[in-house]
Design a protein around this ligand. Structure first.
Ligand code: ADP
Length: 193
C-alpha cells in the first residue's frame, strides 16, 4: 500500500511516468488533468467551468479541483493506495490534500519530483502539440503553464522536501530509462524508511 504523488513541469513526461510507476506499484493513478479533460469531453457542468481555465493554461480554481480530488479519493480502489498526478499544484491544494488524508488517518509515503531543464521542456511540449493537438499546447499557453509551475508548484516540492518525502528523479533521456530510474529511486526510498 503506497500513497504517492508525482510532480513535474508540463512536458516533463509526468503523465507517462505516472502510468508506469502506478502499474509497477499496483496502485491507481489519479490524474487531475485527465479527470478535467474527461469532464470537458463529456460536457459535464464541471467540464464547462474548467474548460476556459485549461485552454488559457491557468489553474482551475481550487474549490473545483479540491472537491473533484476529494471525491475520487473516496472511491473503493483507492484503498490500495494511489499515485496522484497533477495535484497538488499549489500550496492551498497541498493544505486541502493534507486535510482529506488526515480525516482518514492517512499520510503520504513519497513525492516523486521529475526534474528537467526548461529548454528540453519547451521542445517536448512543442513536439507534443504537433503530434496530439491538445488545445492547451500552443506556445503562449505553454509559457504560461511553465510560469505557473515555477511560481505555484515548485513551492509544493519545497514544502514536501521539508517533510523529507521527496524523491528526486532526473527526467532527462528516454522513457524507459526514466521509468527504471524512478522505480529504483522510489523503491530504495520506501525500503529505507
Ligand atoms: P500539464 O502538466 O502538461 O500542464 P495536466 O494534464 O496535468 O497538464 O493539466 C492540464 C490542465 O488541467 C492544467 O493546465 C490546468 O488548467 C488543469 N489542472 C490540472 N491539474 C490541476 C490542478 N491540480 N489544479 C488546477 N488546475 C489543474
Amino acid at each position: 500500500m503506497t500513497r504517492m504523488i508525482i510532480i513535474g513541469a508540463p512536458g516533463s513526461g509526468k503523465g507517462t511516468q505516472a502510468e508506469y510507476l502506478a502499474a509497477h506499484f499496483g496502485i491507481p493513478t489519479i490524474s487531475t488533468g485527465e479527470l478535467f479533460r474527461t469532464h470537458v469531453r463529456e460536457l459535464t457542468e464541471l467540464g464547462a467551468e474548467a474548460r476556459g481555465f485549461m485552454d488559457r493554461g491557468e489553474l482551475v480554481p481550487d474549490r473545483l479541483t479540491d472537491a473533484m480530488v476529494a471525491r475520487r479519493l473516496a472511491d473503493d480502489d483507492v484503498a490500495r493506495g494511489f499515485l496522484l498526478d497533477g495535484y497538488p499544484r499549489n500550496l492551498a491544494q497541498l493544505g486541502a490534500l493534507d486535510e482529506v488524508l488526515a480525516a482518514d488517518g492517512k499520510q503520504l509515503d513519497a513525492v516523486v519530483h521529475l526534474d528537467l531543464d526548461e529548454e528540453e521542456l519547451v521542445q517536448r511540449l512543442l513536439q507534443r502539440a504537433a503530434e496530439q493537438g491538445r488545445s492547451d499546447d500552443t506556445e503562449t499557453v505553454i509559457r504560461r503553464r511553465l510560469e505557473l509551475y515555477r511560481e505555484e508548484t515548485l513551492p509544493v516540492v519545497t514544502a514536501y522536501a521539508q517533510r523529507g518525502i521527496v524523491v528526486e528523479v532526473d527526467g532527462g533521456g528516454d522513457r524507459a530509462a526514466i521509468t527504471e530510474r524512478a522505480i529504483a529511486a522510489v523503491g530504495s526510498f520506501l525500503g529505507a524508511r
